[in-house]
Design a protein around this ligand. Structure first.
Ligand code: BT5
Length: 324
């Protein structure tokens, strides 16, 4: 079963190319060496390249470009986030799975990751393009102690975390477009979807859906997105290790969530404003029932976007699509 397979994989990684004894693992689980050999064959089917040295054991030559538990966890620096990972080759939407896991009592920081989503979604049920093996499609189940009113600020916490992770991995400085878009050179590289499970006065979980375009080429995007979406590879010219980027994102997410819960929104607001491309600009805010135009003053202590209209009145925007 998968416990043995994961243990085998973990040891192969930890050995960093040195041989791992099949006999030891066989003894640990009370299995035969042939059983272990079968798990080695399974890993090879998953795309791992494994060598054998007689009497010494197995060693890892190459691991596949997969964002599975083992690949992500070897880069993790967190206490909680990413310590439990549910990995899927394909699924409808990692958000749906995360909501189920949340109901089943998933621990704070549990992550659902997929190579591909067949029904990935954005806000208001808009479709989210999630090409197989090219991006990061993940949902993080967080359980911060917040009131439901504070929960939307978690979108901004996540935006700052993703931005920092992209910066560290690529050296590029992304812009954040309020509330949930991360842009590079005016094109969308990441979207964040924040969903809530709450009692009237207490958050049970904030489920952060993060969709990051990493290794796509222009032609991997559907036609309607070409020209408005971009990927990190398109910008740097180099493929990027998605597992490492996931680990970095989870690292910053854990740090910033802790900062936010302990010290309030102030420090996040400061970081956020440093990346914002919205502040000071003339924008159009498209809401469900109306569209208003004005100058973005910045975000309030609550994370609400403040817009100064032409007649001088100031409006707080809680949810909208912003056009620059
Ligand atoms: C978002 O919505 O930007 C939130 C996207 C969240 C996706 C993640 S992936 C993991 C998790 N599981 C899910 O099912 N969802 C989350 P919104 O602001 O509503 O933007 C949606 C719009 O972005 C679409 O209407 C398209 O115009 C555009 N879009 C769709 N796919 C895109 C992509 N891969 N890259 C850039 N833009 C895209």
């Amino acid at each position: 079963n998968s416990i043995v397979k994961n243990e085998l994989l973990k040891r192969l990684f930890e050995a960093e190319g040195e041989p791992v004894s099949g006999q030891e693992i066989a003894d640990q689980f009370g299995l035969s060496r042939t059983a272990i050999w079968k798990y080695v064959k399974e890993l090879e089917k998953d795309g791992y390249v494994i060598g054998t040295i007689r009497k010494k054991g197995y060693y890892l030559i190459e691991s596949p470009d997969r964002v599975n538990e083992a690949n992500v966890q070897k880069y993790l620096t967190t206490k909680k986030y990413g310590q439990h990972i549910h990995y899927y080759e394909t699924c409808k939407s990692t958000q749906l799975i995360a909501h189920d896991e949340e109901q089943n009592g998933a621990a704070d920081g549990t992550v659902v990751i997929a190579e591909e989503q067949t029904a990935g979604r954005g806000r208001m049920a808009r479709p989210w393009s999630s090409t197989a093996g090219k991006g990061i499609w993940m949902s993080v189940i967080t359980r911060p102690s917040l009131t439901p009113q504070q929960a939307p600020q978690m979108t901004l916490v996540a935006a700052v975390a993703v931005t920092r992770a992209i910066q560290e991995m690529t050296g590029i400085d992304p812009d954040i477009k309020w509330p949930n878009d991360i842009l590079i050179k005016g094109k969308k590289v990441t979207g964040i979807l924040t969903e809530l499970q709450a009692d009237p006065d207490q958050v049970k979980a904030v489920i952060l859906g993060i969709g990051m375009n990493v290794n796509q080429n222009e032609s991997d995007f559907p036609e309607e997105l070409q020209g408005i979406a971009t990927s990190l590879k398109m910008l740097t010219g180099k493929p990027i290790d998605r597992s490492q980027l996931i680990a970095k994102t989870l690292g910053f997410l854990e740090i910033y969530t802790e900062l936010y819960v302990k010290h309030g929104f102030g420090p996040i607001k400061m970081l956020w404003e440093g990346y914002s491309n919205t502040t000071g600009k003339r924008i159009r805010a498209v809401m469900l029932n109306e569209t208003i135009v004005g100058t973005a003053l910045g975000i309030s202590e609550e994370g609400v976007l403040e817009l100064k209209l032409d007649d001088g009145t100031i409006r707080g925007i809680y949810s909208a699509d912003i056009e620059l």
